[in-house]
Each structure stands twice: as C-alpha cells, then as structure tokens.
Design a protein around this ligand. Structure first.
Ligand SMILES: NC(=O)c1ccc[n+]([C@@H]2O[C@H](COP(=O)([O-])OP(=O)(O)OC[C@H]3O[C@@H](n4cnc5c(N)ncnc54)[C@H](OP(=O)(O)O)[C@@H]3O)[C@@H](O)[C@H]2O)c1
Length: 285
C-alpha cells in the first residue's frame, strides 16, 4: 500500500489553517496541524476525532518549539511531504504609531517564523529529493495598505524569500510556491493587534485609525469564504511543479495586474479613493 502523504500546517487552530487541515485530511493526507495555545485548539482536537489530523504544539516564534514539533513528526512518519507555512497575524497601525517592538513582533512571526519552520523541514525534504512548500502570502505583498505598512512589509518579504527559495531548492527536487489571497473571512480581524501607540490620546492618526477599523470590519463582512482559498491551495498542490504564485479571487487578480502595469500616480489615485485617510488635505487657494 502507498504510504500516505504527510503534511505539516502551521497556525492550524483557526481560519485557513483549520480549513486546510480538514480539506487535506479529506483528500487522504495525514495532517500534522500545529497550534500554539492549547486553550484555542478545541476545534482542532474535535477534527482529529473524525479525520487523520494530528494536533501538535508549535509557536513559530520559538526555535525550540519549532524544532521539537518537526522532530516529533519526522520521528513518527520519517518524512514531511508538504509544508504549508500559514501562521501569521496582522499588526495594524499607521507608521508613526508603530514602535520598533511592534514591527519586530510582526516580522518575528510572519517572516522569521516562516523561515524557522522552513529551515527545520527543508533538510529532510532535500535528502529525500522531494517535497512541496507552499507559503501563505497576501495580496498586500504587492499593494501596501495605508495603516498596514508593517504587515504589508512582512508579506513582501515572504514573497521575495519564496522567489529565491523556489530556485534554490529546485535542484534538490523541492518545489516551493506562494498563495496571495486578498480578504477572506476568518478570525484575522478579531486577532489583529494594534501597535503600542496606536490608541494613545496624542496620536494625530486616531481619526484615521477609527476610519480604518470601520473600513476593515465592513470589507471583511463581505469577504470571500475560506473555501475559495482552500480550493486554490488544493489546486496548487495538485500541480507538479507548482506555479510560482497562486491568486485566489478576481479582485486579487485585478490588484496584482493593475499594480504592476499602472503608473504609480494612477495607482495612488485609485488607492486614495478606497482609503480616504491617504489623501492630501483639501486646500483653499
Ligand atoms: N484572512 C485573510 O483575509 C488573509 C488574507 C491574506 C493573507 N492571510 C494570511 O493567512 C494566514 C492565516 O490567517 P487567517 O486569515 O487564517 O487568520 P487567523 O484565523 O487569525 O489564523 C492565524 C493563525 O496563525 C496562528 N499564529 C499566529 N501567531 C503564531 C505563532 N507565533 N506561532 C504559531 N501560530 C501562530 C494563529 O494562532 P492563535 O490563534 O494562537 O493566534 C492562528 O492559528 C496568515 O499568514 C495571514 O497573514 C489572510
């Protein structure tokens, strides 16, 4: 009998990670689904009772935690065939309101976390001469959102790292790609952290922050369901080799192509229609 494909998914106790764990297990994969807080892993344990999903503790910010989790999977299965780097969060705040610590925290999870997990898994894939790594990026990698500069920067970093790793790992038979979704309904807004100074009474950006919060809530009320992302990830994993990048919804394609081909001035005009807090003030001459 063919051994089952083994997948490792980070940040799997909610949102994309949880939905992907369910979908991949239904496709017949053995899924090691990581969570960092036992308090929040209820749905994952429930899933594990019905499907081949194995919850496993991992905080991507901690090297020892990453090493322990990957060692556990490799000891049990002897291999990891698919790595989905999904764990991440949003640090919101206008640039001046973000401290160095805020920005470091954001990079520590979204960029260094992804690097840590990849570094722990890649050698075993390289030695076996096979494996797929799919990074969950964002459309914000190409079109930075005012108020989400730090988050956008982490996703741009993920995009560049993916591009390089894809070509570095290829000679060893390891296939690397990226998915760049726009807004999809998950717990991401509820889990958004605000920079240290964002809610300070002295911030000149407070009115913009309020507008931004209302805007984000409204956009996510109408966001696409998580199934659209799941469908695209399943499609990506069915390709050998995978494409460089997978976009998810028509508006994401529009953002990606318009940002590349429109002149900056025209792009900024469109963005300032969407985000009123990023316009010059009205002046009376
Ligand atoms: N939803 C969207 O519209 C959207 C769009 C583009 C990209 N993305 C990306 O998709 C990924 C998943 O987001 P989501 O929408 O599914 O949001 P979510 O429901 O908030 O899920 C995020 C997951 O990442 C985990 N996580 C955060 N920090 C972690 C850490 N240090 N170690 C381990 N796990 C950690 C969370 O665990 P806890 O529950 O313990 O915090 C949670 O399981 C993120 O990388 C996000 O940037 C989302």
């Amino acid at each position: 009998m063919e051994p089952k494909t083994v997948a490792l998914i980070t940040g799997a106790n909610s949102g994309f990670g949880l939905a992907l764990s369910r979908a991949l297990a239904r496709e017949g994969l053995k899924v090691y689904a990581t969570y960092r807080s036992p308090r929040k892993a209820g749905f994952l344990w429930e899933l594990s009772r019905a499907l081949p999903v194995y919850p496993i503790l991992m905080d991507v910010k901690r090297e020892s935690s990453v090493q322990r989790a990957v060692r556990q999977v490799l000891k049990r299965e002897g291999r990891i065939d698919v790595l989905l780097n999904n764990a991440g969060f949003v640090m919101a705040g206008f640039w001046e309101d973000l401290s160095d610590k805020d920005v470091r925290d954001q990079f520590e999870t979204n960029v260094f976390g992804l690097l840590r997990v990849t570094r722990a898994v890649l050698p075993s894939m390289r030695r076996r001469g096979t494996g797929k790594i799919l990074n969950i990026g964002s459309i914000a990698a190409f079109a930075a959102v005012p108020g989400l500069g730090a988050y956008s920067a982490t996703k741009s970093a993920v995009s560049a790292l993916t591009e390089a790793l894809r070509l570095e790992a290829r000679p060893f038979g390891v296939d690397v790609a990226e998915v760049n979704p726009g807004e999809i309904k998950t717990a991401i807004v509820r889990n958004t952290r605000m920079g240290e100074r964002v809610l300070s009474a002295n911030s000149p950006y407070t009115p913009f922050t309020r507008q931004f919060e209302a805007f984000a809530k409204e956009r996510f009320n109408h966001a696409a369901p998580v199934e659209s992302l799941v469908k695209m990830v399943l499609k990506a994993l069915s390709h050998s080799p995978m494409k460089r990048r997978y976009l998810v919804k028509p508006p994401d394609y529009a953002t990606y192509f318009l940002r590349q081909f429109l002149p900056d001035s025209l792009w900024e005009w469109i963005v300032s229609r969407m985000f009123p807090w990023s316009r010059f003030p009205q002046r009376k001459f």
